[in-house]
Structures are given as C-alpha cells and as structure tokens.
Design a protein around this ligand. Structure first.
Ligand SMILES: [Zn+2]
Length: 547
C-alpha cells in the first residue's frame, strides 16, 4: 500500500470552482458539535453487558439497532431504510452442524482411521443441505491460489477433479498486498477449486494462525456460534457453493500424521508456503467428511439514515459511511466472563459514525451522506454485502464508502491508516482531511493481515464503489510509547475476547480528533465537484469498477 496519487485538496477544488461556498472553517464548526463525552456514552451503552455482545438475530443486537435509529432521529436525519423507515431487514440463514453427526475418517492402504471432532479437527455446517457426505482423495494445493498474472499457481499440472483440496489460509507473500487480499479470500479460493472440479476443502494451520489462534482457542470456539449467510430476493443463500460437499480444519498434529508417507511432509509443505513456493501434490489417501446441519431462517436489520445534501445537482449522490453494529454475542468463558462486548469491535466505530451523523446534520454538505450501521459483519460481512447488493439508493449514486471498524485509541495518536485509499483518488482527500487534525497518513503496516478484504468496505468495493477503511496507526505522539506492540497485544489478547470491554484503555482525546478527521473526509468528498475515481489501471477498479 505504498503507491501515492496526490490530487488537489478538496477544499481548494471547491474554493477554485466557486460553485458553492465551502463552510467557513468546518473543523472549527465540528469542534463544538462532537464531544468526547458523547463518543464515550455511545460506546459504553453499546458495549454494556445488557447488550449481550450484540449477536445478529439476538435481542441485544435489536436493542442496539433501536439505539442507532433513535440517535439518527434525534439528530434530524431522514430515514434511509425500507418503506420510509430506519431499518433494512436482512434475511439470513443461521446454520449449525449437529455435533454428534460430525465425522472425519481417513482411508489409507485398506485402513480406516476416525478422528475426534474438536480434538483433531473442526467442521462447520452446510448453508442449505441438512446432510452432506463425501469420500474422496486428498490433493495438497499450497494456498489454493491461481494467479498466473503474477507467475504463481498452486494448480499447475495438478488434477483436482473429484478430489478434496488441502490448503493453507492466506496467499503467497510474493503477491502485491492488494492482490494478496483478493486471492486469500475463501470466496476466490472456492471459485477456483470448483472450476477445477474439487468437491471439498481441508484447511491446514499456518504458522501465523498457530501463533495468533492456537488450537485451544479453535477448539473452544468450535460450534459455539452459528454460521450465517444472507438470502437473495430469489431465495438463494449468498456465496453458497453446492459443489463443495465437505470441509474440515485439521490441527497440526493430525496434519503431520496424515502427511506422513506422502510425497511431502506437513512441515516441508508449510515451509514452502512461507517461501511462496508451490509444492502441490496428490497425497495418496482418501478422506470421508460428513455432517448433518440444523438450518433456520432469521432476519436482522441494517440501520440507515440520510443527511440530505444542499446542492440540488449533487444531493442525489451519496457519501456512504458504514460501521458494523454486531459482535460475537456469548462465547467461551475467559476469566469468568462469557459476554463478548466488542467495545472496540465495533461499538467504537458505530460511535464515531453516530457523531459524524450529528456533525453532518448540523451542517449538511453539498452531496448527501448516507450512514449505515450494518449487521452480521462478524458472520462474514453479511449486512454490508446485502446492502451493497440491494442498496436503498441506486448503486451508481454511491460515490464513496468510508468504513469504520475497530479503531483502537490505546495511546495518544499521531497517524492514521486508510486501508484501500491507494486504489483511488481518495488517498489525496484523506491525507488533506486528516492533516486538519494533525494526523499523518501511514501506509498499511501489516499487509499479511489482508485487512482491506476483512471488513465491510470490501462489500462496496466489489460493487465498484471506491472505499477507505480508517484505523489509527502505530505511531504515538508520545515518543516513549511503542504503538505497534500495544496494538499487537490487543489483537492477540483482547480482540474477539470478552476483555474487549470498557476496562480497556481509551484515549478519548485521540478518539475526538479522529472523529473530527473522519467528518472532514466525508465533507471533502461531499463538497468536491468531481466524484472519487479508481486510479488508472487499478486492480480493484478493473475487476469491479468497470473502468
Ligand atoms: Zn470483529
């Protein structure tokens, strides 16, 4: 994320064309409107134990949705949901494998060996079928990535027709960051495998996964929460691949055992992926994967509000803010606590969005601003993907998406990362806007995490809308503070755990500056004549943006 495309600052563009006067010192205006007390109040309410972790489809989430709708109403927004209301109901399938039915058996040299669910492997349910059963040969395919334009393929000379493919998560480190994010997605990998006739997936544990999500945690979380998918207006479960008849995630010891006696050992295979070296090979044994699934249909709302723009020619175009309102509900107990409050993930993002709504409503820009609190992000970006497929305003009218997810204010901040900004004209806009609050724009410091694909902005990117995902950077204004180690500690020890609650550290002054910078970004986009555009030849622009 290092390319730079500096464009004229939005404020200058507006001033130069003289079309409509830029508000006198908008930052100063915003300064009186947003307060750190208000930011803290929203986070504390949304992350309260009474919300029970805001699981999509559960009462705690519904109460949080009502809270957001009430704030939108209080600030004077227009309802932007269905039928003139605040909500867009998202139809979902909620599915869960019946644990007693889950089966994994290896067959080799006439011997069968059954493995133990949770100890040896985990398995989710099927989105549509109540029962699946598959027995097939296993072929090791590295990452399961085919990226010939970068001279990389795990499938060259490998036949997987009618086979189960065994693969690591992520994508080879030699790919550019952006492409790596795209190729590491389960959707991309499933499509590639299906095209080649594969019938299922066996997930392998990478070194990184072993460190950040050790098997003890995999085991503790297995089967605790349902899987979900949104349902299209024609009644189909989204991103459903019926060709894949089974899937399992196997622990390192089992992988070592299964790979023994095959052309490659598990550790050799894993070392090859770390070097971006394809080492695909048939493994010479078969696996049976089977399970029954309980499936129910539920709904959970996105909450949508609109601040109407002031320019008659631009008011039908929208700058879209998004932040996921759901979190992980109840989960495995840690230190006597089983409520996953999600204070940072993502009560904080919603709080910033609410205060942006307040600031825009107090002083509307030229274009309209649409703010959507989305559901079921934690279940796979479902609410945002549904909204992006069935937007309550025309797709072409959405000029940009600004997404907020888990902004960490663990120390006094000096910089901001805008994931994805380097793909479009938004990079220049963001840099200028955040400078008003003395923030610097820093490139993605952790490309291996594929963050740009892992939150709701990606749903908009896939519909061709230029997007940025804003989070605080690693640099503190206090030179004695090592921001990177503090963020890494949070990701390792508090992210997606019950301790992501109000007992964490919050630098509310940094949150306030970030909130104002966030408003300034949207204001720049909304007040500039030209709408944001994908950069010439950009990977996402070409793939999804039709340019
Ligand atoms: Zn999360």
């Amino acid at each position: 994320m290092m390319r730079k495309t500096v464009i004229l600052a939005a404020a200058f563009a507006v001033a130069a064309c003289g079309k409509s006067p830029a508000p006198e010192t908008p930052e100063a205006e915003v300064k009186g409107v947003i307060t750190s007390e208000a930011l803290e109040g929203h986070v504390a309410w949304l992350a309260d134990d009474a919300r029970e972790g805001r699981m999509a489809g559960q009462p705690g989430y519904d109460a949080a949705a009502q809270y957001v709708a009430d704030r939108f109403e209080e600030f004077g927004l227009e309802p932007g949901g269905e039928d003139g209301g605040w909500y867009q109901q998202v139809p979902l399938v909620s599915y869960r494998a019946d644990e007693n039915s889950i089966t994994m058996v290896a067959h080799r040299d006439g011997q069968d060996k059954a493995f133990e669910y949770k100890e040896d492997f985990t398995m989710g349910g099927d989105k549509v079928r109540e029962s699946t059963h598959v027995r097939a040969e296993v072929v090791y395919v590295g990452f399961g990535v085919h990226a010939p334009e970068h001279g990389y393929s795990d499938y060259d000379g490998i036949d997987v027709e009618g086979k189960l493919v065994a693969a690591f998560g992520n994508a080879p480190g030699i790919l550019p960051t952006t492409e790596r994010a795209y190729y590491s997605s389960g959707r991309t990998k499933s499509q590639e495998a299906i095209k080649r006739g594969a019938v299922g997936f066996v997930g392998l544990v990478s070194k990184r996964a072993e460190e950040y999500f050790p098997w003890e945690r995999v085991k503790a979380n297995a089967g605790v929460r349902p899987g979900m998918a949104w349902i299209s207006i024609t009644g189909e479960a989204a991103d459903y691949f019926p060709e894949l008849e089974g899937g399992a995630y196997i622990n390192v010891d089992v992988a070592r055992e299964l790979f023994a006696g095959t052309p490659i050992s598990f550790d050799e295979a894993r070392a090859a992926t770390e070097e971006s070296r394809p080492a695909s090979t048939p493994l010479g044994f078969e696996l049976t994967l089977a399970r029954n699934t309980s499936i129910e249909q539920i709904t959970s709302p996105n909450v949508v509000g609109i601040v109407r723009g002031t320019d008659p020619e631009l008011a039908d175009e929208y700058v879209v803010y998004s932040a996921h309102l759901d979190h992980n509900g109840f989960g495995p107990e840690v230190d006597g606590d089983r409520i996953y409050n999600g204070a940072y993930d993502n009560a904080m993002g919603v709080s910033l969005m609410l205060e942006a709504a307040r600031a825009f409503a107090a002083n509307p820009p030229r274009r309209s601003v649409l703010l959507v609190a989305v559901t079921a992000e934690e279940r796979g970006l479902l609410g945002s993907d549904y909204f992006a497929h069935y937007p309550t305003v025309p797709t072409e009218s959405m000029v940009a998406n600004v997404n907020l997810d888990m902004p960490l204010f663990l120390y006094p901040l000096a910089d901001i990362i805008a994931f994805g900004s380097q793909h479009s004209s938004l990079e220049g806009v963001v840099r200028e806007a955040i400078a008003t609050e003395d923030f610097e724009l820093t490139p993605d410091p952790m490309p291996e995490e594929n963050i740009f694909r892992r939150s709701d902005q990606y749903s908009f990117v896939r519909r061709g809308v230029p997007a940025v995902f804003l989070v605080p950077g690693y640099t503190s204004s206090d030179p004695d503070i090592d921001g990177e180690s503090i963020v890494k500690d949070h990701r390792k020890n508090h992210y997606h755990r019950p301790s992501d609650d109000m007992t964490r550290t919050f630098d509310w002054d940094s949150a306030l500056r970030f909130a104002r910078a966030n408003v300034q970004i949207g204001r720049s986009i909304a007040d500039t004549d030209e709408r944001p555009s994908w950069n010439e030849g950009d990977f996402f622009g070409e793939k999804f943006g039709g340019n």
